[in-house]
Design a protein around this ligand. Structure first.
Ligand code: 8YV
Length: 320
């Protein structure tokens, strides 16, 4: 019997063709809803390989379901949806999609910095709604980005790629991370500072840290209170790193100036989400890595990792 591969979202046929030649491949083919948990679990019982998205909880029950699983290829650099410890215990390989998304995610992150600072979404709506009838010197005036201070929390590969963009805008670059990053310090002049110092000194606070028990709720009322009144906060990592209620209160009270958010505590969000009431919030539907080129590269990497592991070889990008 051929190994069985289950893919939890519809992927283009040309990407999965190589898997179909060698394996039995099934795919959840609805685009409007994620695969229901009971269906996913049933598929996991049969599967040798699962190609998963962030929306799928790859928990102990899933990992232990059939006893045949060899690989979880998660189509994301983050893997907070996967119980990696249990996978390790069971000898199941977990892979992610690092590197290929660094530039696209950094582009989107920097776009949020610019959009929130220069009020670009508000301005675009103003024009589209036919409100552009006159001109005044401070009409839709925002804040400059160039020559300001950016503070990057989470100086991983994406953080460094954002820092490169910031250097091009002549920004002073501060960062906070679990460990020092000498390459970012030497090549980009980034300065390592404590979390509090970063909050106090930055005009732009950019969150790119993975979601862990340490980072959950890291950006809370206390943190927002330490930021400058003109600070712009950008989150392109994981929603639960931010206390959304506290962010709402901080924005509403004018404790910080604006926010650019690509991620939310519970996704997707509806139009009734409180943060959407605020004019100074730029909200995106978790599209950090969503360029056509990058999404293809991510899918391709998942497919390659599955093929390698099912052929008894080492995957390209294991989660260690
Ligand atoms: C997701 C992301 O991959 O890579 C990550 O960790 O958050 C995104 O790039 C994307 O939403 C698909 O799951």
């Amino acid at each position: 019997m051929k190994p069985y591969v289950f893919i939890s979202r519809k992927l283009p046929e040309n990407v999965i063709a190589i898997l179909k030649e060698k394996y039995t491949v099934e795919m959840w083919d609805r685009e409007d809803v994620p695969v229901p948990y009971d269906v996913f679990l049933q598929e996991a019982r049969k599967a040798d390989a699962l190609l998963t998205m962030l929306s799928e909880p790859v928990n102990e029950e899933v990992l232990e379901a059939g006893g045949k699983l060899k690989i979880i290829a998660n189509m994301a650099v983050g893997y907070d949806n996967v119980d990696v410890e249990t996978a390790k215990r069971l000898g199941i390989t977990v892979t992610n999609t690092p590197e290929v998304l660094n530039d696209s995610t950094a582009d989107l992150t920097f776009a949020l910095v610019l959009a929130a600072a220069r009020r670009m979404v508000e301005a675009a709506e103003f024009v589209k709604k036919g409100n552009w009838k006159s001109w005044s010197p401070l009409l839709l005036a925002g804040q400059d980005v160039h020559h300001k201070t950016i503070g990057i929390v989470g100086m991983g590969n994406i953080g460094k790629t954002v820092a490169k963009r910031a250097a091009g805008f002549d920004m002073e670059i501060l960062y906070h991370n679990r460990s020092r990053k000498p390459d970012a310090e030497q090549e980009l002049g980034a300065q390592y500072v404590s979390f509090d110092e970063l909050l106090e000194r930055s005009d732009f606070v950019v969150c790119l840290t993975p979601l862990t028990e340490e980072t959950r709720n890291l950006f809370n009322r206390n943190a927002f209170r330490k930021m400058k009144g003109k600070a712009v906060f950008v989150n392109a990592s994981r929603g639960p790193v931010v206390n959304e209620h506290d962010l709402y209160e901080a924005l509403k009270a004018g404790e910080i100036a604006a926010a650019g958010l690509d991620v939310f505590a519970e996704e997707p969000i509806g139009e009734d989400h409180p943060l959407l009431e605020l004019k100074n919030v730029v909200a995106m539907p978790h599209i950090g890595s969503a360029s056509i080129e990058t999404r293809y590269a991510m899918m391709q990497l998942c497919v390659e990792n599955i093929d390698l592991v099912l052929s008894g070889k080492k995957p390209k990008t294991p989660v260690e």
